[in-house]
Every structure is written in structure tokens, then in C-alpha cells.
Design a protein around this ligand. Structure first.
Ligand SMILES: *Cc1c(COP(=O)(O)O)cnc(C)c1O
Length: 242
């Protein structure tokens, strides 16, 4: 994070939100044309970690209607400053149960539900605040020890259990594939995620709406779109290197 206002102003001097957003929208459109998809079907979410609210607001004003925060304290710091009438705030980072109460009431979706334990805490906080919460279940598609998320084979049973948490509205799945792999391997993970998504969707489980498949970041979003992603989460491509 930038330490002084002067440094921050320096870092962001000349930032052209509209141009950045347009360039990405064009890349999405070209990719969609190549793989026979409709660009309107792809939601662009701005991943905003370390980016000051006044810069994020420029991206929101340029038409990006979804932003994603990673850390609850950063969400708290920036929340009041965001142009909230023009965007939905998603929580996309790993979430400790003791931080859930800071997120419920501020984010409109939590994309990183990686355990029943966390789902239960979201239910509890939603009951307290008498509200509901849209959630995505995070899948550990690379089966990495270092990463959280449900294993693909745990998903169906988890969905039946989560159905008992009436304040949660399951809207789909989220995944972050292993980082340092070839494009070919990346594609395999995205392909597998799409298979899981389509498979669960076809089961039409009560109260489970498989609408959203959130996958693809700055380095791989075109591959993700090719394999069915309908929400890409971009940080670096929008805001530059952190
Ligand atoms: C940071 C982050 C992103 C965006 O990463 P970039 O590579 O900078 O585009 C997407 N999703 C999550 C969960 C993140 O933490």
C-alpha cells in the first residue's frame, strides 16, 4: 500500500480509467467472437486490493458495475468512499469467520465460501442483520494443499447442507487455478470447472441457482472465457501492477 498522499498521487498520475476499461472490453469482444459467445454475457469485476477508492471510482464511473475486495479491513476503510449507487461490492478474498460480520451488510456477494463452517457463520450474521447473502462456492480445482476451497467431489453434498442455511442464496462457483502452470494446463482446469458447473446446474437442486461461474484473472481471463467463465476478476489488467 502507498504510504503518503503524495506517493499515491504519483502512482496514479495519468491513470486513464475509460481507456483501460475500453481496451479490456475490446479484448473480451474479440475473444467472444472467436469462441462464439456473447460479450454481454461476461461480467467484468474490478479486483481492487491496494487500489485507493478514488481510482476505483473512476473505473466504476467508466461502467464497471462490480468490484471485488479481498480483505475485510480494506473493505471497511474504502466502503464509505465508493460510488455505491453505481456498483455492487463482492468479497473475493479468503474470509476468516471472525471477520464475516464486517462483510455482511457491506458486500452484496461473497465469492469465497470455502467451507460449511464459513457458510454457517454467514448464516448467523445474516440472521442477526435480518438479511440474505448471495454466495459463490470456491472450488479448489487444482487440489492444492496450500489453497482453501472445496474439492470437486465434496461439492454436491456441500450444496445440500448449505441449503439448510436459509439466508444464503447460492449463485454459482468461483475458482482460482494453480498459478505457475502452462496455458494448456490452465485450460484444463478451466475446462474441468465448466464441466462441474454445467453438471451441478443440470441437477437443478432446490434453491441452488448456478448462474455465475467466476474464474479468470489478468493473466488468464481470455482462456477462462473460452471455457465458459461468465465473470472475470481483473486487478493488474485494469489498474497496473501492484
Ligand atoms: C487479486 C485477485 C484477483 C485479480 O488478480 P490480477 O492477477 O491482478 O488480475 C482476482 N481474484 C482474486 C480472488 C484476487 O485476490
Amino acid at each position: 500500500m502507498m504510504t503518503t498522499a503524495a506517493e499515491a498521487a504519483d502512482r496514479w498520475a495519468g491513470f486513464q480509467a475509460e481507456e483501460r476499461v475500453n481496451r479490456i472490453r475490446e479484448a473480451i469482444a474479440r475473444c467472444c467472437a472467436a469462441c462464439g459467445r456473447r460479450p454481454e454475457g461476461i461480467r467484468l469485476l474490478a479486483a481492487t486490493k491496494t487500489v485507493p477508492a478514488w481510482i476505483v471510482n473512476q473505473v466504476i464511473d467508466a461502467g464497471v458495475g462490480d468490484i471485488g475486495e479481498n480483505r475485510s479491513n480494506e473493505l471497511l476503510e474504502k466502503y464509505e468512499d465508493y460510488h455505491r449507487d453505481k456498483c455492487r461490492i463482492h468479497f473475493i478474498g479468503s474470509l476468516q469467520t471472525n471477520k464475516v460480520r464486517q462483510v455482511v451488510g457491506r458486500a452484496s456477494m461473497i465469492q469465497s465460501v470455502n467451507s460449511l463452517h464459513l457458510a454457517g457463520e454467514i448464516q448467523r450474521q445474516c440472521e442477526k442483520k435480518d438479511q440474505a447473502m448471495d454466495v459463490l462456492l470456491e472450488i479448489n480445482i487444482g487440489r492444492e494443499e496450500s489453497k482453501s476451497g472445496m474439492r470437486p467431489e465434496e461439492l454436491e453434498e456441500a450444496l445440500y447442507k448449505i441449503n439448510q442455511f436459509q439466508r444464503l442464496r447460492v449463485k454459482g462457483l468461483m475458482a482460482i487455478p494453480p498459478a505457475a502452470v502452462s496455458d494448456k494446463e490452465k485450460e484444463k482446469y478451466f475446462y474441468d470447472m465448466n464441466q462441474i458447473f454445467v453438471d451441478i446446474k443440470s441437477k437443478s437442486i432446490d434453491n441452488i441457482h448456478m448462474d455465475c461461474l467466476s474464474m479468470g484473472m489478468s493473466g488468464d481471463y481470455l482462456l477462462a472465457i473460452k471455457h465458459g467463465s461468465n465473470m472475470i476478476r481483473l486487478g493488474t489488467a485494469l489498474f497496473g501492477a501492484r
